[in-house]
Design a protein. Structure first.
Length: 143
């Protein structure tokens, strides 16, 4: 899968979250919608099996650990843990366990930053009346 597919799924999820919040009587900001949407399970990991296999080899066998402070790093840690769990549960090769994880397991969230989420979701909300915090008057620079 690619970024376009992920971005489309994320925009769709943001619209769902916005609708849920509106039905609850809230007028959420775009940031609130994005943060909540990021925290929901994504439909897939959005990585190819070949790329994931090579990355996991580096993680599990070469000790090349991803940075857990980044969304991508957290995603790779989750994939590695799921693959190891699958291997313990069913046995078999890493490739087979990875195939099962990528085809049948869902990530716990959308692994993107809030900033990236805002960039992705903004076009979907341009035509809607979503509450955006106003800029303080002194924030604009006049020429």
């Amino acid at each position: 899968m690619n970024k376009n597919c992920r971005n489309n799924d994320f925009r769709r999820r943001c619209l769902e979250v916005y609708g849920e919040m509106e039905r609850m009587g809230r007028r959420p900001t775009l940031r609130e919608v994005v943060v909540k949407a990021i925290a929901t399970p994504a439909p897939s990991f959005y990585v190819s099996s070949e790329y994931a296999y090579n990355k996991l080899l580096r993680i599990l066998h070469c000790g090349e650990l991803p940075d857990p402070s980044t969304p991508r790093g957290c995603m790779w840690m989750e994939i590695a843990a799921l693959v190891q769990s699958e291997q313990l549960r069913r046995g078999g090769s890493m490739a087979r366990a990875l195939g099962h994880v990528l085809n049948f397991r869902r990530p716990s969230c959308f692994y993107i930053s809030t900033r990236e989420g805002m960039r992705i979701a903004s076009p979907a909300f341009e035509s809607r009346r979503i509450h955006r915090p106003r800029r303080p008057q002194g924030a604009r620079q006049s020429k």
